[in-house]
Design a protein around this ligand. Sequence first.
Ligand SMILES: *Cc1c(COP(=O)(O)O)cnc(C)c1O
Length: 397
Amino acid sequence: MSSTTAATARTRSRPTRVEVDLDAIRRNATRLRELAGAELCAVVKADAYGHGAVPVARAAIEGGAGCLAVALVEEGEALRDAGLDAQILVLSEPPVAAVPQLLAAELTPVVYRPSFAAALDEAGRARGRPVAVHVKLDTGMGRVGIPPALWRERLAGLASLPGIEVAGLLTHLARAEELDAPTTGEQLAAFDEGLAIAAELGLRPRWIHAANTAGALAWPAARRDLVRCGIGLYGLSPGGGIDAAAHGLVPALRVVSEVSFAKQVPAGTAVSYGHHWRAPTDGWLATVPIGYADGVPRRLGNRIEVLLDGRRRPLVGAVTMDQVLVWCDRHEPRAGDEVVLLGEQGSERIRVEEWAAAGETITYEIVTQLSARLPRQHRDGQAAPHAPRTGSDRRTQ
Ligand SMILES: *Cc1c(COP(=O)(O)O)cnc(C)c1O
């Protein structure tokens, strides 16, 4: 916490920032839970997809999420350090050496390797209280999990360990955002076979789960007891045929800066590295202090627009490490004018989905690559009914 305080106290030399609307997070959590008709596990790995894990986790819980999920033990520890006491699932196995840390932070591991289960069993017996785990079946993602052919034997082995309690069974969908992919139905059928085997072994775990955001939104059969939503919590589309906005989810993040320099140029003026753009007419150029070191992908040069003076204006020339250029045509920009790279200004909005399409990538990659150099400012306006806290701007980092 002390480093947070120190960073906040230091004067910022640059106006460029990420603003996160915690009301949007709360409302998205409530919405996802309603849509899925299941418990919501808010996935806040990778610093809540760049949105700031601690404030986002709090807002998600205020919005009705019943548990949290992270990728790393350290991410779970940071949530505990901040005072979050919800159940925290660690989505893949850390090295066995991290077991003491994992247990000290009361994190709930996802388990699939016998060696990892053995280490947890030993630790659970040593402390005299079994470790609750969720066991993962690989029904077709092909990344981690117990293969179906080994499921009965491995699950029986796990269930026999006195230091472990099987509290959940899960799988992960590979193509849930493809509305007509046959593999999702096949994966769910394989999961059901795995669940039947678990029942034969006498297991009745409390939590059965399969859906990520796309599964929760598009595949009712994937919903089960719990849905694990990341991208939808941030109001962003998972890709494929699923539009977050059409499901009533709202983006929480804005990337904002200001004009740092403005100049009038004659037609034909070439700008930035490589001179990949020339002014089509006499007009105005604005320089904005944000670049690829902040997470604006270099390949988006000449491919996206920003909002300046309430209007869309093209980002022109190569994106440089710390700065980009914006063509303002006949409009004269002034140093200090607000520039929005992502999010709303007036009645216009630039969506993360636009950057993803222009960069031939997915929304996940865009937001997780917004770098640590951009301070995150958390805005907490009108509190949702779940949220007794109200407030002024909360600033972290
Ligand atoms: C990241 C992750 C999720 C969340 O996926 P979204 O598409 O962001 O909702 C769910 N489950 C697992 C296992 C994950 O790794």
